[in-house]
Design a protein around this ligand. Structure first.
Ligand code: SF4
Length: 185
């Protein structure tokens, strides 16, 4: 299985946020960045110049059908993935993404990893995330759902319209315009 057949862990995050968002990122040329993406990547770039950890540790697993780069890998008594996020809060999509990194890492080192951390730049706080069987099941189910995505099957709009306000593909998706047009039919 080559990289193009593997699901990227970052795709899991996008899918949990909104499957339709991942659809546009996967199948359309949506390289344009919005403030939230640019700001997050700049923060990553600044932090990458600091030492002390293994940064951007790449892992792949044919068994899981996944690949991705762990943002920061702490190598203490146990190896622990750390995912850094902008803002003052983390969400379910971030937890499931971290769970996927834990699953990749545990296959790589042959030890169970049931904890990872999310670091929030906005509050300069670090949060332990306990990886549960539910998280693991989500990773497997969503990976399979992403593998089945196709150009001719567009997912529905996000059930929470607040998500659209921060979405970088809103100009492709056009949720408000589409709903207005549908209402006129
Ligand atoms: S604009 Fe809203 S519905 Fe469309 S992809 Fe983004 S989050 Fe999903």
């Amino acid at each position: 299985m080559n990289e193009s057949n593997l699901v990227g862990v970052n795709e899991i995050n996008q899918f949990v946020y909104c499957p339709r968002r991942l659809y546009y990122i996967k199948f359309y040329d949506t390289i344009e960045s919005n403030y939230y993406l640019v700001d997050g990547s700049l923060k990553h770039a600044r932090a990458s110049r600091r030492g002390g950890w293994v940064l951007e540790f790449y892992l792949r697993s044919e068994k899981l059908g996944l690949h991705g780069k762990i943002d920061v890998l702490e190598d203490g008594d146990v190896m622990t993935p750390v995912e850094r996020k902008r803002g003052k809060s983390y969400y379910l999509n971030d937890e499931v993404q971290l769970a996927a990194y834990c699953m990749l890492l545990e296959e790589f080192i042959g030890e169970v990893i049931n904890i990872g951390y999310i670091y929030l730049y906005g509050s300069k706080s670090r949060h332990p995330i306990h990886i549960t069987p539910w998280h693991r099941e989500q990773v497997l189910t969503i990976t399979e759902a992403i593998r089945k995505m196709s150009l001719d099957s567009i997912p529905d709009f996000a059930s929470n319209p607040n998500k659209c306000k921060k979405c970088s593909v809103v100009q492709y998706c056009m949720p408000l315009e589409t709903k207005l047009l549908e209402a006129q039919k």
